[in-house]
Write a protein that binds this ligand. Structure first.
Ligand code: NAY
Length: 298
């Protein structure tokens, strides 16, 4: 369980100029994040644009990341997909590749009863010998994990943690209290990394970590050494940056990818239905955000 603690960026979809998954760019992002000192990678989640990729593309990404980082970083494969069959196929493939753990969102599109959600997650867990991390992200899935279903899930010893992206910090506290000392709660909302850690999160997985890993690593260092004034000050810098990234035309991930190009790693852009940043936002606001990151790191 200890090995999963730390700053774990949610990995981005890495595309070439035509929008195909790029092996070279996937591996370049791996090296970039490894060099920054992060503890692991969460591959193929929301930030990986998983819902907009087909099975072959998702498998290719899982494979390139494993080839590049197996044994160097903790690797978590997000295998949530529209159908149980696809999720199970991805789970088995991730196990073959040597991933350290699996994770999945609940079923999407139809509003299913908790009995079906339980069955979906359990089918994934039964498919491999890997540990499992529940992914609770009600703002995108429409389902908010109840303490009742949570209690049933953690009876399964494969469930080692939850990545909680709901906004109430209280949820993190409740999952930690119910899960116990050896159960890992990952903070989901990057805007509340410091508060999440203080109220019970053991570690963090986030969609903006890879854009500015230095800041989250510093925030973690301040939290773990009890320097709360400094931790809070970094959280403010992070939140100014997240708000700036979300205020441009195009999608937040396209803004992050443009910032990454200026930071020295090119992972292409986003694919439809996500839209790229364009015009003045691209020409002047992206460089300004890069400068904000540099200033916050300094
Ligand atoms: C993943 O699976 O890729 C993530 O961990 C992403 C979680 C993100 N939530 C959403 C809705 O995208 O990290 C957050 C988010 O990017 C961050 O809090 C900024 O709003």
């Amino acid at each position: 369980v200890e090995k999963f603690k730390g700053i774990i960026p949610a990995f981005y979809a890495c595309y070439d100029e035509t929008g195909d998954v790029s092996e070279a760019r996937t591996k370049a992002l791996c090296s970039y994040l490894f060099d920054k000192g992060v503890q692991g990678l969460y591959v193929g989640g929301s930030s990986g644009e998983c819902i907009y990729q087909n099975l072959e593309e998702r498998k290719a990404t899982l494979k390139y990341v494993a080839e590049s980082m197996k044994g160097k970083l903790i690797l978590i494969a997000h295998v949530g997909a529209p159908s149980t069959r696809e999720s199970v196929e991805l789970a088995k493939y991730a196990e073959e590749l040597g991933y350290d753990a699996l994770s999945a969102i609940p079923p999407i599109y139809f509003k299913l009863p908790e009995s079906s959600i339980y069955k979906y997650w359990t089918s994934i867990m039964d498919a491999t010998g890997l540990p499992f991390i529940i992914y609770n992200i009600p703002q995108t899935t429409g389902y908010n994990l109840s303490l009742n279903l949570f209690g049933k899930l953690i009876e399964n010893k494969k469930v080692i943690g939850v990545k909680n992206s709901s906004m109430p910090a209280l949820d993190i506290e409740r999952f930690k209290a119910a899960g116990g000392e050896n159960f890992i709660v990952f903070n989901g909302p990057d805007e509340q990394y410091v508060s999440g850690r203080l109220i019970g999160a053991d570690a963090g997985i986030g969609g903006t970590y890879a854009a500015m890993p230095e800041l989250y690593l510093k925030a973690e260092q301040y939290v773990s050494t009890g320097n709360f004034a400094k931790a809070r000050s970094i959280q403010k810098d992070i939140n100014d940056l997240i708000i700036a990234l979300c205020s441009l035309n195009g999608n937040m991930y396209s803004a992050i990818k443009e910032v990454l190009k200026l930071r020295g790693v090119n992972v292409g852009s986003v694919r439809g239905p996500l839209e790229p940043v364009t015009g003045d936002d691209l020409e002047t606001k992206i460089p300004a955000i890069r400068d904000m990151i540099d200033a916050a790191i300094a």
